[in-house]
Structure formats: C-alpha cells, structure tokens
Design a protein around this ligand. Structure first.
Ligand SMILES: Nc1ncnc2c1ncn2[C@@H]1O[C@H](COP(=O)(O)OP(=O)(O)OP(=O)(O)O)[C@@H](O)[C@H]1O
Ligand SMILES: [Mg+2]
Length: 600
C-alpha cells in the first residue's frame, strides 16, 4: 500500500473577497473623505485642502507622498500590509483608501506617479503612470488633462459614480466639518478653515490623555480620536455629556466608529468621566435622567461605592417619588412585596398607600436595564451583598436581607383587592351636611375657572377607593364623598380643598386611568398656586358661602366660619382690606392670619 503524502499548503484569498471588503467597509462619502484626510495627516501634511461639489471631491495635501515604485507596490497596491508601531497616527489596517475607491473613479497624483482606479469598470486593476522626473511639465496628467497643478504631496480626485443632490452635498459638508473639528493640522473645506488645534482651545478639563468639555446638559458624549470623530455615545453610558478629544491614539474598531473595550487610553478617559459624573451628582441636587441611568448602571456592574450609591435616589415609585437604597430599606418595614407599574397608575398608587407592595415605576426598570421587578431585585441584591462584604457595612447587609425576602408580584395580583372604579353618588344619597358642602365646592370651581379663564366645571359627589377627586378634563369634577368633609375644617381645610380643585382643573383630559403628571403639569400648577392668589380667593369664597348659607337658613355658622369672619373683621378695622389681596405690609403685621397669608 502506498503511504499517504502530507504537504504544507496555504489558504488563498479570492480577489472577489477584496472587492467585497472595499465595498462593504464603505459607509458614506464623508467617511471616505475622512479616511483620505487621516492619510494626509499620517503623511505629515501641514495643510490639507478639501474641495467638494456635487460631481466630485479633491483632497490635496503637502505631505510626503509616494516617492518610489516600491512604496506604491507595498502600500497602495497591496491591501493589509502591516504597520510598524508608531509609524502612523491613524493608519492601522492599510485598508482605508478602499472607501475612496468605492465612491468614484480615483485619480491620485503624487510626485512622479499617477494612479487611476475605477473599481466599477476595472475591478481590481488600475493604471499606474510614472514619469522620469518630478518636474511640473512631466506632471501633465493623462487622467487630468488641463490641470497643471503638480503635487509634491498627494492629491486625490474622486469623480463620483453617483452625483450628489444638493441636500446630500450639504449633509456631507456638515458632517465632515464636525468630524475633523479638532485635527491639529489645518483643514480647509471649500476654502474655509474647518479644524482647530485642540491645544489652543478652551476646555473644562485636561489630562495627559485628553481634552474635555463636559456638561450635564448635553445628552451625547462626542469622542474624537486625536481630533477625528469616532462616535456620539449616549451621555448615560459615561454619566456625562460633552466632548472628549484624545491626545493619544485610541484603539478603534475596523469601522472607526467605536473604541475597543481594551483600549488603555480610553480606560483612563472613562475614569476621568466617571469622576466628573460622580462629582456632578453630589453637587447637583436634582439628577438628570442621564446621570440617574449612568449611576444605576454602575450599581448593576458594582462599579460604585456603597456610601455614594445608597444616598442617591435612583428608584422612582409610581407616585413619582424618588427613593434611595436607604429609603428602599425602610419601605421593607411595611411589606416585602414589590411590583412595577406605569408612573401614575391609580391602582398601583393605592397598593403603595395601603402598604400592600412597594410599587416601582416602570422607568426605574429601564434605568437599571432590567426587564422586570424580579431582575431588579436580583441586581440590587448582588450590589448590596457585595457592599456588605467589601465594606462590612451593616446597612448594606440589612438591605441584602430584605431583598432576599422580597417577593416580586404583578399589579394583577392586587386588582381584586383594590377597587379602582369611579362611580357617581347621587345628591339624594349624600347626608344633608355633605350636600351643602358640595354647593360650597361649586363656589370654588367658579372662582378657579375665572382665575384660569377655563370653562366652568360642575362639581359632583362620587365614590372611589383610589382618588380624592377626578375629572373628565372638560366639564365635570367628582369629589370622593369621604373627601367632602375636608371643607368643614375651616379656612385651612378650604384652602386644601381649593388646591385639590385647582389640581383637577389642570388636567385637560380624564385622570381616572392614570394619574400622571409631567413637568409641564407641575409647572402650570406651580405657577397658578404660587404666582396667583387663586387658592386663597377660592378658599375665602368658600368660607363666605358657608356663612351666608347658614344665615339664609336661620342657622348659626360653625365656629370655624365665625372665627374666619372675626379675623376678616379685625383686619378691616385695622385698616386692611379684608380678604382682598393685601400689600406686603399687612402680611408682615400678622402672618398667623390665614386670610392674609394667602394674599401675601
Ligand atoms: N495622502 C497620502 N500621502 C502619502 N501616502 C499615502 C496617502 N494616502 C495613503 N497613503 C499611503 O497608502 C497607505 C494605505 O492607506 P490606507 O488608508 O488604505 O491604509 P492606512 O492608512 O495605512 O490604514 P487604515 O486602513 O487604518 O486607514 C498608507 O498607509 C500610506 O502609506
Ligand atoms: Mg488610512
């Protein structure tokens, strides 16, 4: 039998693969131009000119160009020739020029050489023209007849395969400007200087690794690799928004639109960002959603110390209240059950009020990047356990114990326990006292509708386990029958009731299903409550209404109503104008008097 033979073989690469790589790595024209600009910087250019119109683009530089045929063979003709460490600022893969090829016919002019590449027509073949000497008249190009500029550096003209529409042209220009913003070599785009040396600019901080312009107000962190744009990351990823320009090379991915996790320079940059974000969250009283998300993610990855993490309020409950880990621990005194629900869900709010479960707003889950309460409990538990172990912290230990006992539930588990229905109660079913108070509430409604210039809303009695009052947002307001007696608690009770009515007037739609209030709602409510005297006016009108109602029936007003009248009278005798808005002098005279307080 013949012995089998073994030989060393080598894998080959089909030219089609290269063709594919050239085309598939190409993102956009602006990306391709950026590749050429980076090559110019690598070639040591001191000035780079880019001119662009709808037909094509020219990138010209005064760098070292290609001086020999050997260089062209090794670096222009061959893809993937390795770099020697430190020989280039940006160049890594010896692939980038392929992006320029894929957008149009390329004419490269450099010293004695001209290259013409047309991948669409010629595939991987290209023309190379070599002149004997690098004299201007020897530079007349067969590809570029009529252009007598001779290039000692390198000049690339790309005749686009697809002409640009005006909107595309301006987008290319706009993005390119943003992407080369901090390249230290001056870059002119259609004659306008578009780059700035970062060493000469103003920054909020600077380290050996990078320049930083950081702000809590920007939702994006834009990262530049030695002046060239790499990515726009959501600020939540690093805890802060703004701009970072690295001084040293970042390890970027092949598409140059992300930084590798292992990059040592970026690791230090991230540490600097984290420091800033943490300082920001200590000094700003109210955290932005970006900061909250960032800090929550740090808890998930156990990248934050217990002392900081336990004090900041990263958990939002369905009522919109923010809870810290310390606060969460104390909520476990009442119940170990936890649910999540949309913020403002009436049933969930009630479940919380009755201490049946801790109701977490759904947005909290997004913040911690978990899909349900069970996973939230798991990530918090892991963090608490680790902190308890690392810092021998008793509070962390206690929270871990609570979380171990925590029971994830769903809102559905409680629906049968909480009656979230709203029903109207007919006046005949109310006690006579409550019926009269309801007409007082109508008084408040008319004062408020006048003050807000909104259509009047009728006031009815109702019955609900989950709301003190509710509205259809247009014509009617219902008051839970057990809330009605609030009005009999004197001026203070009426003021509170008027605030409740004002709140209902602020809802321009039904507030029965969810009782959600956005920032605009609170702003409007605040403006009406603080910057006008609508609550005081309504409360006063209610008190007077109760007095006259009693007298018209030949009855004696209640003691609280009489006290209110006495106070008003005393003020009138002292020269003040009763309950009408008063000047600040009167307010200072007797700040115990509620009728004056409301006017101040
Ligand atoms: N403007 C230029 N001046 C001089 N040489 C250039 C110029 N543009 C490209 N080259 C040469 O061509 C080579 C290939 O460029 P290409 O962009 O394809 O790869 P790279 O820059 O080395 O790496 P990367 O793929 O990361 O961009 C460069 O390494 C450089 O030697
Ligand atoms: Mg390159």
């Amino acid at each position: 039998m013949q012995k089998p033979t073994t030989e060393k073989r080598r894998f080959g690469i089909h030219p089609n693969l290269l063709h594919d790589i050239i085309h598939k790595q190409a993102g956009t024209l602006q990306k391709a131009i950026l590749e050429a600009v980076m090559n110019s910087v690598d070639a040591g250019a001191t000035r780079i000119d880019v001119s662009l119109d709808s037909n094509g683009v020219v990138i010209a530089d005064d760098g070292k160009g290609f001086s020999s045929r050997k260089e062209i063979e090794e670096f222009f003709e061959t893809f993937g020739t390795p770099h020697v460490e430190g020989d280039a600022t940006y160049g890594r893969f010896r692939m980038g020029r392929g992006q320029c090829f894929s957008f149009g016919i390329n004419h490269w002019e450099t010293k004695r050489f001209r290259m013409r590449v047309d991948v669409k027509k010629d595939g991987l073949d290209y023309d190379l023209e070599e002149s004997a000497e690098s004299a201007p008249d020897a530079q007349r190009s067969m590809f570029d007849a009529g252009n007598d500029a001779f290039y000692d550096g390198c000049r690339i003209r790309i005749d686009l395969y697809n002409k640009l529409l005006p909107s595309e042209l301006s987008e290319v220009e706009r993005e390119l400007r943003a992407w080369v913003a901090w390249v230290s070599v001056p870059i002119h785009l259609n004659g306008v200087l578009t780059s700035e040396d970062p060493a000469k600019a103003k920054w909020t901080s600077e380290t050996d690794d990078a320049y930083f312009k950081l702000t809590a107000n920007r939702s994006v962190l834009t990262v530049y690799n030695q002046g060239v744009h790499v990515m726009n990351a959501p600020a939540s990823r690093y805890g802060i928004g703004g701009f970072v320009v690295s001084k040293h090379r970042l390890d970027v991915n092949f598409a140059r639109n992300d930084v590798q996790n292992t990059c040592p320079v970026f690791k230090r940059i991230k540490a600097h960002l984290a420091k800033h974000s943490a300082e920001g969250s200590k000094t700003t009283r109210k955290l932005t959603e970006t900061q909250k998300t960032h800090l929550a993610r740090q808890i998930v990855s156990c990248d934050i110390d217990w002392q900081t993490a336990s004090k900041i309020s990263l958990i939002t409950d369905v009522d919109g209240k923010s809870i810290s880990l310390d606060g969460l621990r104390s909520r476990f005194y009442q119940t170990h059950e936890m649910i999540s629900a949309p913020r403002g869900d009436r049933t969930a709010i009630k479940v919380g009020q009755m201490h049946m479960a801790i109701p977490i707003a759904q947005e909290t889950l997004d913040r911690f990047d978990v899909k349900d309460v069970q996973s939230l409990i798991a990530v918090l538990l892991r963090f608490a356990k680790r902190s308890a172990k690392q810092h021998q912290n008793w509070y962390a230990r206690y929270l871990a114990d609570c979380l171990e006992k925590a029971v994830p539930k769903t809102l559905e588990d409680y629906r049968h326990l909480v009656n979230a229905t709203y029903s109207a109660v007919a006046p005949k079913d109310l006690s006579p006292g409550r019926r009269k108070l309801l007409s007082t509430a109508s008084k408040a409604s008319s004062v408020i509708s006048d003050a807000l210039s909104k259509p009047y809303r009728r006031v009815h009695a109702g019955s609900s386990e989950v709301a003190l009052a509710w509205t259809d947002g247009v014509r009617d307001i219902w008051i839970d029958q057990n809330t009605i007696p609030m009005m009999s608690l004197g001026y203070q009770g009426c003021a509170r009731f008027a605030a409740l009515m004002l709140h209902e007037y602020m809802h321009d739609g039904p507030d029965t299903e969810t009782h959600e209030h956005d920032a605009e709602f609170y702003e409007n409510f605040h403006d009406a409550a603080v910057h006008s005297d609508v609550i005081g006016k309504a409360a006063t009108a209610m008190m007077r209404h109760m007095a006259s109602m009693a007298r018209s029936e030949g009855a004696k007003p209640t003691d609280r109503v009489l006290l209110f009248e006495d106070n008003e009278e005393t003020l009138v005798r002292a020269g003040a104008k009763g309950s009408e808005p008063t000047g600040s002098d009167e307010a200072e005279q007797d700040d115990q008097d509620p009728s004056v307080l409301k006017a101040a």
